[in-house]
Ligand binder design. Structure first.
Ligand SMILES: [Zn+2]
Length: 312
């Protein structure tokens, strides 16, 4: 029986030079493990986001430049991935996967993107392995679709627990009180210039499970006090794990799983549809990153099962 849908774009892989820091192989590994271990998950190919959808967030000139390969070399250096037609297509599909996950979440409670969480992308430029901002585009598109059948607008909470600050997302929604941006991240980590989110939680190097989970509890309580969302987009970065090369934090497997459970539980208790995306993960061992992400999906399907029981 299918409990949850997850969308992928793993057929578009980038040929990266040897020794490149981006772990492109993790998406395929994740998809293979999910297919083998979680039969209750339905894997579906993500549609490509259209120009019109991307333009809800991104400038037409930037969309065009990514599409035809004329993107400014300085911006490309900031992104850190070589341009190719597959890179442009993958970026669109990755946004399309979060859009599809949000639509599925409205129907079924929970759904996921096997990639995405590209929170370093701004309206007019990418950065830090991020081309387009999937959560931002999906949030704006869901708001637009919502207004076609509801008198009042949709409020979206973006809960970004990737270990790096969600600078692009924060900048895009600066001054927009219909989207609440929460970012919990390692304070000394990339990006060096952070943008103010609605709520930023700066964590010290070496932060462990207990401290992290307490900070998360307080952050969700503050979100509750300040905002009343109708949809949650959750960036479940695996990079707070202690085995991560770039993370600087020291969360254990149990700590990461408790984090995911807490976010899913928080949304469930409030009846909020939730779409999640993978965001970062740079394990010393790539299998560790994939393991953390498989756990997020396993826990996710448990909450999806609760949703199905509720709606029956
Ligand atoms: Zn990250």
């Amino acid at each position: 029986m299918r409990l949850m849908r997850a969308f992928y774009a793993t057929q578009f892989t980038l040929q990266l030079p040897p020794g490149h820091r981006f772990p492109m192989a993790k998406y395929q590994l994740l998809r293979e493990r999910l297919a083998a271990e979680l039969p209750q998950l339905e894997l579906a190919q993500a549609p490509a986001a259209t120009d019109g959808e991307l333009a809800l967030v991104h400038s037409p000139a930037y969309i065009q430049a990514i599409s035809d390969g004329s993107v400014d070399p300085r911006i490309l250096r900031e992104i850190g991935l070589p341009w190719s037609p597959a890179m442009a297509e993958r970026a669109r599909r990755s946004v399309g996967a979060t859009i599809a996950a949000c639509r599925a979440a409205f129907r079924e409670g929970m759904a996921a993107n096997i990639a995405g969480g590209t929170h370093h992308a701004y309206a007019d430029r990418g950065g830090g392995f991020c081309v387009f901002n999937d959560a931002a585009v999906a949030a704006r598109l869901m708001q637009a679709e919502w207004l076609r059948s509801h008198p009042r607008g949709l409020r979206v909470a973006i809960v970004d627990l990737d270990v790096h600050q969600g600078n692009g997302t924060a900048h895009i929604f600066r001054g927009d009180d219909s989207v609440f941006t929460l970012s919990m991240h390692a304070q000394k980590n990339f990006p060096s210039r952070k943008e103010p989110s609605d709520l930023d939680v700066d964590l010290p190097d070496g932060c462990r499970d207990e401290e992290y989970l307490l900070a998360l509890e307080q952050a969700l309580a503050e979100l509750d006090r300040r905002f009343d969302p109708g949809l949650v987009i959750y960036l479940a970065g695996a990079d707070p794990h202690e085995g991560d090369r770039l993370g600087r934090l020291k969360l254990t497997w149990d700590g990461l799983e408790a984090r995911d459970r807490r976010v899913f539980d928080w949304a469930w208790a409030r009846g909020l549809p939730l779409a999640f995306a993978m965001a970062g993960g740079y394990g010393v061992r790539i299998e560790d990153t994939v393991q953390a992400q498989v756990t997020t999906f396993r826990v996710g399907t448990q909450y999806a099962a609760r949703w199905q029981n509720r709606s029956r």
